[in-house]
Design a protein around this ligand. Structure first.
Ligand code: EPZ
Length: 429
């Protein structure tokens, strides 16, 4: 089991370059097979989830040629099957984006149901409802989402809940439907916009992405294109919170500051000094930060994927903060691990009440999921003493060179392999 060994108490200082956005790259990779011509993608993050999805595209028969660490050429003309094997869905939920891509291109798809995950049940009813609204005939048979139809027909769809995944899946399929589709109450995240821009680069006619009404006029075919993935706003926010928690001074480069506004505003509110540039933000935390309230919301609200990282910052701030998680029902699991480091946090349903403490103490902790794992690394960097963060495979699904980037900022962090004889203290009671 791979772990991080971290000696905390060192302020992070310096500059870091942000990679391409995982949550934009995954749907764009799925959509890349919707043309029979070559697609070139740049600024792909070199993370496990991207590697697994590339493997899935190869399994479907697509030609996939890595042209660099962050770039790939893909051609979907040689796809031999529309059936995605469960092993790929088990590895990453986002394989379900192949549903929209395969239905859009082939009007045929069989994709195993993704399970829940550590942050909640994560249903896909909105995906199915929207795809059926455009005639995809999707249903669930023996644990697999199966869809087959002669043609897709544009429809007027109102999303019951704002859903990034459902908005993207429906947008992909509808871009190849006959006629016009309107998606109301659509997700407005930057990665929804990035996917729309990518589809339009292949010849789609999508307008309004980034607003809550997306209008799509279906087209018969897509052509190849070259596309560059947008920077990862959550990776950027993670490093901004790491600077804040360690009383550091970090310039986060290669980002779109507009995407960071909710996070930037909160860090400024609690006492960070923030300097914005065209494609960078500098976060300085010279003194102890102060309390605030956080409520996660769909973009442009405070991102749920930044909730654990901000929870760590507030665990060290003076005063009592309240964090309300309104997107997922089980996204406070990191607080148990933080408590073991001396944090004072009480979780009641979807709300965490955080009494800030002067400092955290190093401990052995486990990553419950991707963003919680990154948050625990931030806590260990801020804590006095040594910590071991376990289950770092979660973290490496979504952060490229995480420990290397932190080490370049002065962090004392090393990747180690857990010694089999090392018995961890089990929680009693
Ligand atoms: C995407 O998940 C991201 N994952 C998540 O990031 C992110 O937290 C989430 O969007 C919200 O921003 C990827 O992009 C791969 P949703 P997604 O559909 O699309 C409910 C990370 O750490 N819902 O916007 O699955 C759902 O239960 C990950 O990178 C339905 O009820 O999220 C949730 O309460 C974690 N029915 C809410 O909508 C559906 O059919 C928002 O979920 C779909 C969703």
């Amino acid at each position: 089991m791979e772990q991080y060994l971290i000696r905390g108490g060192v302020p992070l200082v310096g500059e870091t370059d942000i990679s391409g956005m995982k949550n934009a790259a995954l749907p764009i990779l799925a959509a890349s097979i919707m043309t029979d011509e070559w697609v070139t993608l740049d600024n792909l993050p070199d993370v496990d989830d991207v590697r697994v999805l590339l493997e899935t595209l190869r399994y479907l028969g697509a030609r996939v040629e890595k042209t660099g660490r962050h770039s790939v050429k893909i051609c979907g003309s040689t796809i031999t099957t529309c059936k995605v094997e469960y092993e790929y869905i088990k590895k990453i939920r986002a394989s379900y984006y192949l549903l929209g891509a395969l239905l859009g291109k082939y009007k045929n798809a069989a994709v195993p149901l993704p399970g829940g995950c550590n942050i909640g049940s994560r249903p896909i009813d909105l995906h199915l409802k929207g795809l059926n609204a455009i005639g995809a005939n999707v249903g669930i048979r023996y644990g697999t989402i199966v869809g087959k139809c002669d043609q897709l027909t544009g429809a007027h769809i109102f999303m019951d809940t704002v859903s990034v995944g459902a908005t993207i899946n429906i947008m992909m399929a509808a871009s190849r439907a006959d006629g016009r589709t309107i998606i109301e109450n659509a997700a407005k995240e930057p990665h929804v916009v990035d996917v729309a821009n990518f589809l339009n680069s292949m010849g789609a006619e999508i307008r309004g992405a980034g607003t809550d009404v997306i209008r799509i006029r279906g087209v018969k075919n897509f052509h190849g294109c070259n596309y560059t993935i947008v920077p990862d706003m959550i990776e950027a926010g993670t490093f901004m919170c790491a600077a804040a928690a360690t009383k550091g001074d970090v310039m986060v480069r290669n980002i779109i500051p507009k995407h960071m506004e909710a996070v930037t505003a909160k860090l400024y509110e609690i006492g960070c000094e923030i300097e914005e540039f065209d494609d960078a933000i500098r976060v300085v935390a010279p003194r102890r930060l102060t309390r605030t309230h956080i409520k996660t919301n769909p973009y442009p609200g405070f991102p749920t994927d930044m909730q654990p990282q901000m929870g760590v910052v507030l665990a060290l701030a003076s005063g009592t903060s309240v964090v309300t998680e309104s997107i997922f029902e089980n996204r406070f699991k990191y607080t148990d691990e933080l408590t073991r480091m001396g944090a004072q946090i009480k979780v009641e349903g979807t709300t965490a009440i955080i009494d800030g403490v002067e400092g955290l103490m190093g401990a052995e902790v486990s990553s419950p999921d991707l963003r919680a794992g990154a948050a625990l690394v931030i806590a260990a960097l801020a804590a006095e003493g040594t910590s071991i963060v376990d289950d770092i495979s979660f973290i490496e699904r979504g952060y490229e060179d995480f420990e290397q980037k932190l080490a370049l900022l002065g962090a004392d962090i090393h990747r180690i392999t857990q010694r089999p004889d090392r018995l961890r203290m089990t929680k009693i009671g």
